[in-house]
Ligand binder design. Sequence first.
Ligand code: FAD
Length: 410
Amino acid sequence: MPHFPRLKSLIDVDVAIIGGGITGITAAYLLSKAGKKVALLEKEILCSGATGLTTAFLTQSVDTDFSELVEMYGTRKASAIAKSHQYAVDRVEDIIRKNKIDCEFVRCSNYSYALDENDAEDLQDETKVMKELGIKARFKEDNKLKFENQGYIEIPRQAKFHPLKYLSALSKITSANGAQIFEKTEVKEIRGNGPYALKTPSGEVYAQQIIVATYAPFNKKMYFKKAFYDTYVFELKVRKGILKEGIYEDTMDPYHYFRVDRKGTYDRIIIGGEDHRSDIPVNDSKNFQALKQYIKQVFPDIRYRIIRKWDGPIVEPVDGLAYIGPHKDKNIFYATGFSGNGMTYGTLAAHIITNEILGKADAQIRKFASVYDARRMPTFKQLMHKGKDYTRELFHGAVRNSLKYEKGKA
Ligand SMILES: Cc1cc2nc3c(=O)[nH]c(=O)nc-3n(C[C@H](O)[C@H](O)[C@H](O)COP(=O)(O)OP(=O)(O)OC[C@H]3O[C@@H](n4cnc5c(N)ncnc54)[C@H](O)[C@@H]3O)c2cc1C
C-alpha cells in the first residue's frame, strides 16, 4: 500500500471520510472524481482493518439464504438484494477496466455445495427461489467439482480479486484526483451540527458532510449491530489443477468457504470458517483444529502445505442486512453490518452514499438505498429469523469446538 502523512493542520473540505478500507477508499475515489473536495482519515494505515484480512469473494450469493430473505423481506426486496450485489461486482470490474488496475481480478463461478442429502434438497429449493429472483443459478449433481458432494448450485459471472492490489492503485488515483489522504489520524470526536468539526490528536477537519466507514461506527452506540464474529482462515499451497478455479461455500452452520487461485507452478486455496461470536471465549487453536479437520473431511486425498493462518472480525447486523446511509443526522452517512459480504457491500455503500451526496437521481441506486436504509427498524419476524440462525451457529461451532478439541494443538 502507498503511505500518506498524518494530519498536522486545520483543513476545510466538502466531505470527510473516516476509515480507509474498501468502503472509505471507494467513496473517496468516486467523490474526488466527481470534483468534491475530500479528506480521508485513517487511524492506522490504509486497509489495516477487515479489508486487509478478507478472502475477497465478489458474489451475489450473500450469507443469508435467499429463501430466508424472501420470508423476511418479500420477493421484491429479496430481488433488489440479489441485484445490488451483482451491481457491486460489476462496478468493481468497471473501476478496474477504466483505470487499468492489475489486481488478479477473475470472473469465476460461485459454488454452494452440500455435503449431505438433506442439505442438497434445500439447495434445490434455494435454486428455484434464486431463479425467481433473477439470479442465473443452476443446481447440479455431476462430478465437476472434483471433491465429494451431494449436489451444488453454480452461479456464473461472480468474481475474485486481490483487494490490496486494487485498493493500493485506487488510493493513488484518488490522491491524484485531489483527495487528501491521512494515515495515523484517528478521529476522536465529531462536533457541531453541520458544518462539522472532526477532532484528531494532531489536527482538525471541517466538513459539510461525513461518511463513517469505520466498519462499526466509532461514535455511535449501535443498536443495529448484532455482534462481532471471529472467522478463521488458512492459506494452502496445493498441486496445480486438482480443484476448479472459483469461489465456494458449504451449507453448514457455521459455514465454510474457500477460493481456488491459479498461481504459476502451483494452486492456492484460501479456506475459512468456524465463525463464532467474538465475546464467546473459545481458544483460537481449537477453531483452527476444527478447520483442519474440515479440510481432511472434504479433501481427504489432497496434500497441502499451510502457508499462513489468520483470523478476522465480521460485523453481523441484527436483521441480516447492511445498514447504509444517514441515521439521525442527514449529513452523516454510515456503512456497516456487512456480514461476510463487505467487498460487495463496501462498494455498494460507496455508490449509494456518493449518489446521495451528489444529488443524483439514479433510480436503481435509490431502490438499493431504500433496502439498506440505516433508519429502518427491524421487525420481530426478522429478528427471530436471524436469532435462530445465530443460535444454531453457536452450538454447531464454538460450543462444539470448545468441547471437542484440545487447547494449543493447531
Ligand atoms: C477473514 C475474513 C474474510 C472475509 N471474506 C470476505 C469475502 O470473501 N467477501 C466479502 O465480500 N467480504 C468478506 N469479508 C468482509 C469484508 O472483508 C469486510 O466487510 C470489509 O473489508 C469491510 O470494509 P470497510 O472498509 O467497511 O471496513 P475496514 O476495512 O475495517 O476499514 C475501516 C477502517 O476504519 C479505520 N478506523 C476505525 N475507527 C477510526 C477512527 N475513529 N478514525 C479513523 N479511522 C478509523 C480502521 O483502522 C479501518 O482501517 C471478510 C472478512 C474477514 C475478516
